[in-house]
Design a protein around this ligand. Sequence first.
Ligand SMILES: [Zn+2]
Length: 110
Amino acid sequence: MNPEELVIVQVYEFEDEAHLARSVLDADGIDSKVLGSETAGFGGLTNAASFQLVVQKDLFERARDLLENAESDDVKESVPAWKCKCGEEVDEGFAICWACGCDWSGPPEA
Ligand SMILES: [Zn+2]
């Protein structure tokens, strides 16, 4: 990979997250690289607490789309415990009420 053609797709606070994202891209055949604090200075960024996921410039759009899709999957999994309008308590992680089949439609009303 030519370092001059690398662009940052996403910046992560934790190295694990960055590597997870990298594996998402890898699964789709996109070659990417995680730059950590030890490479501070890359592209003028010197934030020591971040890890940058970089890809070749021409793969940027695809990489970004893939990561956006991966992130929306995460959102689905992070449904909190909620109470359905039918009165059923639904456990965390389930977006559909098993009693009446209603979808979780956001945080419960106070
Ligand atoms: Zn229900």
